[in-house]
Design a protein around this ligand. Structure first.
Ligand SMILES: [Zn+2]
Length: 423
């Protein structure tokens, strides 16, 4: 007797339909015409079964902070810096109960959209201490049935501006943080200048000392031009190689790489590749190019060039309905379509790559064990209402079933009626 038998499904690799058998939360068999007695049965009807989505970068502690009935931006867009100030003001009113309630709602929504793992950015600073972290640690425990949660210590009030920061982040790393975070764009000295090198060094030292991965917000701006040595990502990659920390560091945004000339970009991508950085491209279309009065820029990194060089590239929601981005639905199928437009990725092969970016590539970045559809893998998968990944993205089809560790955690159906034509 097994726990779940899924019949007649298509995978992205199989040329014909197969069945999948699940027991004890794992895939124990796959092939044609499996014959098992099972507690639960899903008739796949020839639809696509794919490993679950993995959200590689989400600010979970501040998500859903806007009124759910009027989810647009509550005040006009000022500047990226202005939004940060607004965020700081609004988050002072958060209670732990409020953070937990919003995070649980977010996780339920993400689960319904086929996500089973999230790397969550979480504010840690001297003003709030570990308040947000304690909330997310609690949420991680109560939502473990639905979600694997990796918590990143995000230095919202920067790292290098106070000697106590080092011990604060050490404390956070002892109290439930999985990944050290960094955001050199936020770090300013008393003259308002950014010292991204000192910030990156401090983040790296803390991560290496605690033997955890590092996740850095880098190159968030889009200057008119940029040199190789001015790219924060290049500095990060060089330091990662010096520390022998290859494959353990993620670089988010990397928008300025798009501003570099092609020859500089090529050199930068080579260094990024050598450092085995994971690159998380964000839906920066909402954020950058606001001052442009003609030929408004997109602000995306060089997604295709990075992929072509063999860099592990993912995409992520980043902000969902918070002070920075008022949109988003914890739906990586939706973000994937936005990426398809933004990065000009529209061939069948490129759309298939987009699906891999938010599944296999993200799982690799998070270091998830037993991810995939082979025998022995965790039974974490989605059954889409279509037969191929490109059909899922272009059609924004429903995720008919979401299965987490062998248990059906969501069923979604779209129902509509229309008039019958008389001719
Ligand atoms: Zn972020």
């Amino acid at each position: 007797m097994i726990d779940l038998l899924v019949r007649n499904i298509q995978t992205e690799k199989s040329s014909s339909t197969i069945d999948i058998a699940v027991k004890g939360g794992a895939i124990i068999d796959r092939g044609k015409g499996l014959n098992y007695r099972s507690t639960a049965l899903i008739e796949g009807d020839g639809n696509l079964l794919h490993p679950c989505f993995v959200e590689s970068h989400l600010h979970l502690d501040i998500a859903l902070m806007n009124d759910p009935q009027t989810p647009g931006r509550p005040e006009p867009y000022l500047s990226h810096y202005g939004l940060g100030v607004s965020l700081e003001k609004r988050r002072r009113t958060f209670t732990q109960e409020d953070i937990e309630n919003r995070a649980v709602t977010a996780i339920k929504s993400a689960s319904r959209h086929g996500i089973t793992a999230i790397r969550a950015q979480c504010h840690v600073d001297r003003e709030i201490g570990l308040k947000h972290l304690e909330s997310l640690v609690h949420v991680r425990e109560i939502c473990s049935e639905l979600m694997t949660l990796q918590i990143v210590a995000f230095p919202q009030q920067v790292l290098t501006n106070h000697p106590d920061n080092y011990t604060l982040f050490q404390e956070a790393l002892r109290n439930g943080v999985d990944v050290m975070g960094a955001a050199p764009n936020l770090d300013r000295d008393q003259h308002g200048k950014t010292d991204f090198r000192a910030h990156i060094d401090m983040g790296l030292v803390l991560a290496v000392a605690a033997d955890v991965d590092l996740d850095v917000h880098v190159d968030l701006a889009i200057p008119p031009s940029i040199t190789l040595d001015e790219l924060e990502t290049v500095y990060l990659a060089r330091r990662v190689i010096e520390y022998n920390y290859e494959n353990r560091v993620a670089a988010g945004h990397v928008s300025a790489l798009g501003c570099a000339s092609p020859d500089i970009a090529q050199k930068a991508i080579e260094i990024i590749h050598d450092a085995r950085l994971h690159v998380v491209c964000q839906p920066d279309l909402y954020r950058l190019g606001r001052e442009d009065e003609q030929n408004v820029r997109r602000g995306l990194t060089r997604v295709k060039e990075l992929l072509n060089r063999g860099v592990n590239v993912t995409y992520a929601s980043n902000n969902v309905r918070d002070a920075l981005r008022p949109t988003g639905n914890f739906d990586l199928l939706e973000e994937g379509l936005i990426l398809a437009y933004g990065a000009h990725m529209d061939t069948v092969e490129e759309l298939n790559t987009i699906m891999k970016m938010s599944t296999y590539n993200s799982a690799r970045m998070l270091g998830l064990q037993n991810y995939g559809l082979e025998i022995g893998c965790d039974a974490d998968f989605v059954i889409f209402d279509c037969q191929t990944p490109s059909a899922a993205i272009v059609g924004q089809v429903e995720k008919l079933y979401v299965v987490r560790k062998g248990k059906i955690v969501a069923e979604n159906r779209r129902f509509s009626t229309g008039v019958e034509l008389s001719k």
